[in-house]
Write a protein that binds this ligand. Structure first.
Ligand SMILES: *[C@@H]1O[C@H](CO)[C@@H](O)[C@H](O)[C@H]1NC(C)=O
Length: 183
């Protein structure tokens, strides 16, 4: 077989694989958090193991039997994680007077945590509204902090890690909520 034909067959199989992976995951009796991490691996970033390990730090998550429960526990973890990030930024602010740090530590992380709490409040009765809080308010606050940090001439590696953690939580919360919306 010519190598190009081989590659195109491989590519087609890959496409079939990625479009069916979530379906496959649910028919193979994976736990719900595993399904969400597989979807994350397929659609967002290939680090499925990192996703599983992060979520397993809350023992309730591997036991979650409904996407409502899973979404609630993931948002809980996101709120805890973001609160620790905000504390880190507030400490940093004491020795670093950059306006970007001040903005992230106060306004932006307040907005981030508020958006997550609002999303949490709507998971049970209106997951679509919970999704809106993530896509609109969380994204807005996250972008504001990220833009401020990137505009600062000083490189803030640790702050970029905090923001990346938040992108991770946003992505998996949205993937989990999707199961409540598209049914
Ligand atoms: C926040 O979440 C990320 C991703 O799960 C994790 O690597 C990090 O350790 C968490 N931070 C804290 C302070 O727990």
């Amino acid at each position: 077989m010519n190598p190009l034909t081989f590659l195109s067959i491989l590519f087609t199989h890959f496409l079939i694989f990625i479009s069916y992976a979530p379906l496959l995951a649910s028919t193979l009796n994976f736990k719900l958090y595993e399904v969400v991490c597989i979807e994350y691996g397929v659609r967002v970033s290939p680090n499925i193991k990192g996703c599983l390990t992060a979520l397993e730090s809350d023992p309730r998550i591997p036991e979650a039997n409904t996407y409502v429960a899973l979404s609630i526990f993931i948002i809980d973890q996101a709120i805890t994680n973001s609160t620790l990030s905000q504390n880190f930024l507030k400490n940093l602010m004491k020795k670093d007077y950059s306006p970007a740090i001040k903005q992230c530590a106060n306004k932006d992380y307040n907005g981030i945590i508020k958006a997550l709490k609002n999303a949490l409040a709507f998971v049970i009765h209106n997951p679509q509204t919970a999704m809106t809080y993530l896509r609109r308010d969380l994204t807005y606050a996250e972008e504001k902090c990220s833009e401020a940090i990137n505009a600062d001439p000083k490189p803030y590696f640790e702050v970029n890690v905090l923001i990346r953690n938040l992108y991770f939580y946003q992505a998996i919360t949205e993937l989990s909520l999707n199961h409540l919306i598209n049914q």
